[in-house]
Design a protein around this ligand. Structure first.
Ligand code: GLN
Length: 547
């Protein structure tokens, strides 16, 4: 039977609750426990799949095809536990389930209310799969006091009440602001935040305090007294040089010990932190630096490509080198020659994306990488653009393009080298999609297998011929162009097991040019860098030695 840890936030948003939850999960694993992390988000979107990356950051995709919040990416990167559909839920999803049940008549004519119908739905969600792990960590999105968060807070209060004593604890993350004028850390916002929590029936067991300055003993005592928590459960969360320092830093401050104490787990199993010591060693003792250009669309908000930035860091760790990633807006290359921008980089990455804007610039970037023999990694749209570049500039199909950009009925601007596939096979099931489906439900989503060509570069990189990677796209490279493109030297080195869907392409006569239809960045971990990113950075290191 799992123990439950509820993580809430107060005072201000963006304090790093997701990171704190992920790091706590890693620490419990280091003590030999199994964990699963969950995110409960108060927003009303049914899932983040249709939210703009500008607003919400990256959409993280799970193996089982859920489009989730980017915090699930943190969870996976810190614990290595693959998230599932049932690890992320929003108010929108909860309400839509409740309303579906109401329409079906499941409530037998009762009046549907937030308590108990919505809260019961949330409680059922929290308990899914509880027998599988030692600890279930549930992070509540937003900040205590938000109107839309109330049903979640009420549900976790009830949940703890329904369970045995000591089966649930509450960790609350707040901010200790520093007043430069008086040289003091202020505890009042934390006191108010805890008061707010207690007003809705939740008494925190542990307080995690974000602070830019050391927290003096006197302040800890004051917080313990006023907030009614034990003094050794007042834990400092200082700013970190890298997110991967979090497990070691929180351990030093006593977070995992405080959690075990709160559950009365004694004696506490000794932690083995060697994984995180090695991660920190690789990060802090890196030699040299490579520069990677990321040519994309959502360049203003770094969170839009969170997993790619992290996977590049992991690739650097595998090579004990630092990776400096710079984001370049693809649209620039539609007006200007890419050479002066891209010449100074040791590798070029074109990430995934949706819509036509910037795509001609991405094609220019792919052309530059091919002709200048610079390592290129094209991810999803980045692969599609590389294939279109090859079709136009090498295979002589001057009108090559993607059906995605031909949205005007009856107008065919492009020869659809990348097209909208309507049915495919996943495992033993045929899947079909219609253009008229809901926006959320028309993509190839989640983990799919691919078979690699023996002797190809990717087969060498992966060290196996059977892989499984995560997808999130509507369009596919049309297999009917395979022969033509292969004759030109673009090998289709990874295919779906039925041979119908191109999964990987690579230029045979190039130091390192690979396009993948999936998102390898989603599966990279600091302690297990993804092979494609590790080898991409290795190739970048080689380029850096040439110049
Ligand atoms: N827009 C492209 C498609 O839907 C690529 C998607 C992506 O890069 N994730 O196929």
């Amino acid at each position: 039977m799992a123990r439950f840890i509820f993580i809430t936030g107060g005072v201000v948003s963006s304090l790093g609750k997701g990171l704190a939850s992920a790091a706590l999960g890693a620490l419990l694993q280091a003590r030999g426990f199994s964990v699963r992390l969950r995110k409960l988000d108060p927003y009303l979107n049914v899932d983040p799949g249709t939210m703009s990356p500008f607003e919400h950051g990256e959409v993280f995709v799970t193996d089982d095809g859920a489009e989730t919040d980017l915090d699930l990416g943190h969870y996976e990167r810190f614990t290595g536990v693959s998230a599932r559909k049932t690890d992320s839920v929003s108010s929108g999803r909860i309400y839509s389930t409740v309303l579906e049940k109401e329409r079906r008549g499941d409530y037998l004519g009762k009046t549907i209310q937030v308590i108990p119908h919505v809260t019961n739905e949330i409680k059922d969600f929290i308990a899914i799969g509880e027998d599988e792990v030692d600890f279930m960590l549930c992070e509540i999105g937003g900040t205590v006091g938000d109107i839309e968060g109330l049903p979640f807070f009420e549900a976790i209060r009830q949940f703890a009440q329904d369970r045995k004593r000591n089966q649930c604890i509450f960790v609350h993350l707040t901010l200790l602001p520093y007043l430069a004028a008086s040289g003091e850390l202020k505890t009042k916002p934390t006191q108010h935040s805890v008061k707010e929590l207690r007003a809705i029936g939740i008494a925190p067991d542990i307080l995690l305090l974000r602070s830019e300055h050391p927290i003096p003993e006197k302040e800890r005592e004051k917080i313990a007294l006023f907030c009614n928590v034990r003094k050794d459960a007042v834990i400092a969360a200082y700013d970190l040089s890298t997110i991967y320092e979090a497990p070691l830093a929180y351990h030093r401050e006593g977070l995992d010990q405080a959690v075990l104490d709160a559950f009365n787990i004694s004696p506490a199993p000794k932690p083995n932190l060697s994984r995180w010591e090695d991660v920190m060693d690789r990060l802090t003792n890196a030699e040299g630096e490579v520069r990677v250009a990321i040519v994309g669309k959502y360049t203003q908000l770094e969170d839009a490509y969170k997993s790619i930035a992290e996977a590049l860091t992991h690739g650097g760790m595998a090579n004990r080198t630092r990776v400096r990633a710079e984001w370049i807006d693809a649209e620039i290359f539609e007006r200007e020659d890419p050479a002066p921008y891209l010449e100074n980089f040791h590798a070029i990455l074109v990430p995934g994306g949706f819509g036509e804007r910037g795509t001609e610039g991405k094609i220019k970037a792919a052309e530059f990488a091919r002709t200048r023999r610079i390592p290129y990694l094209g991810i999803c749209l980045g692969m599609q653009m590389a294939v279109i570049e090859a079709a136009r500039n090498v295979a002589g199909l001057s009108r090559a393009g993607s059906e995605e950009f031909d949205h005007e009925a009856g107008v065919k601007r492009f020869e659809p080298v990348v097209y909208h596939l309507k049915e495919w096979v996943q495992g033993n099931h045929a899947v079909t999609r219609k253009t008229t489906d809901d926006k959320g439900g028309t993509m190839r989503l989640g983990a799919y297998s691919a078979t690699l060509a023996p002797g190809s570069r990717v087969a060498g990189v992966y060290g196996t011929l059977a892989i499984e990677e995560r997808h999130r796209h509507r369009y596919e490279v049309d297999i009917k162009y395979r022969d033509k493109l292969e004759t030109c030297g673009l090998a289709f080195s990874g295919m779906s097991p039925d041979g119908r869907l191109p999964e990987i392409v690579e230029w045979k006569d190039h130091p390192w040019f690979i396009g993948v239809q999936f998102h390898p960045e989603l599966k990279s971990k600091p302690f297990a860098p993804h092979p494609l990113f590790a080898d991409f950075v290795r190739a970048a290191v080689e380029t850096s030695r040439l110049v």
